[in-house]
Design a protein around this ligand. Sequence first.
Ligand code: DGL
Length: 276
Amino acid sequence: MGKANELPIGVFDSGLGGLTVAREIMRNLPMEKIVYFGDTARVPYGSKSRQTIERYSRQIVRFLKTQEIKAIVVACNTATALALDAIREEAGGMPVIGVIEPGARVACAETRNGRIGVIATRATIGSHVYSDAIHAIMPSANVIGKACPLFVPLVEEGWLHDRITDEIIMRYLDEVLEYQVDTLILGCTHYPLLRGEIRSLVGDDIVLVNPAYETAVSLAAMLKEKQLMNTKKPEAGEPYPYRFFTSDEPQRFADFANSILPIDVGSARLVAIEEY
Ligand code: DGL
């Protein structure tokens, strides 16, 4: 096995939410090392323009490339929707995986009535990238997209099980449910953290697609195909092979990460991302 296999995977997001993707990679690919960057200084991306999201994403790719990585996972749905081409260009020949295509593929495999709902940020819904990806696989699908901009602050505030959160979920989802979708894509990094709440409100008949999990599955397939899978087990007592970087408030980042990851994150390091 060549040394390239043992290099970490670079994972990035506009902030904390992409840790849901890192969590799935940790669970499903436990031998893989991860370098995570969360752009907490500039979050949210979901209300920003394509030019800005492309510029931010390029800076992050340039930073990640200084960390000797073997592949990039764009954990952020918004960055995937608006900047994937720019990210691929900046990455050079390095493999890049976004979260949208894996989520769209599974939704098409799961739907029985061809009616698929997508909930995401305004920028992601406005880009139509999810519906384009679904129609490329299933041209007859009926897709309804709904921006749910209040979900991100609710999750960041920790209001995961709250009467107000339930009311807001139903306010957004009413229209989607009226459309009689049988499959709903949770098309934003933060939404899998509301999954239990959404499940109890929409009932058991609707399939909830978590692109974070599907991305980890696609990543595994891609690493295998490119012979980049790490098969070297960590030595006993070795520190967790995960490094965390953020553009603001490393302590808040570490606290949030500790609350959702199955490991002790230790600390996160601050990066002046505008310099990249
Ligand atoms: N990470 C973003 C996404 O998945 C949500 C937060 C933001 O708006 O930046 O779309």
